[in-house]
Design a binder for this molecule. Structure first.
Ligand SMILES: [Zn+2]
Length: 134
């Protein structure tokens, strides 16, 4: 990527319901109306049984760090944020979601640490999910 403009998510017909839940600060994830499996990220078809019968269910946004990395030498668009933590969090509802952990001390970020979701205003009309240490 060239330049310093920070990339932002662009909702699609498949992801719009998810981004609407983030903007409403009421996170919801896809759930299959046929087999009952929840999944993340949003797909057009259930990744478990290929059904197109998908709905959304609310989730807590609470979870446990499954894996992480500390960024100390960021891409130009993220200069000034370093060091920062990118984490893969296993939500209590059983899906994993990637985001940043907002903390003044990235050394506290470890596998197994509990986190909770916050919603950060990214653009005038789009929020993004982030985590803080619980
Ligand atoms: Zn299914």
């Amino acid at each position: 990527m060239e330049g310093k403009e920070r990339p932002v998510p662009v909702p699609t017909s498949i992801t719009r319901r998810y981004w609407d839940s983030v903007n409403a600060e009421a996170l919801a994830i896809p759930k299959c109306g046929d087999c009952g499996a929840v999944h993340f990220y949003p797909h057009a078809l259930c990744p478990n049984c290929m059904s197109p019968n998908l709905g959304y269910v609310p989730v807590s946004g609470n979870g446990t760090i499954y894996s992480y990395t500390i960024i100390r030498s960021p891409q130009p668009a993220f200069k000034g944020m370093e060091p920062y933590a990118v984490v893969n969090v296993e939500l209590d509802e059983g899906v994993r979601i990637m985001a940043n952990v907002r903390t003044d001390d990235v050394e506290k970020v470890r596998i197994g640490v509990r986190v909770k979701m916050i919603y950060e205003q990214s653009t005038d009309d789009l929020k993004i999910p982030q985590f803080v240490l619980a």
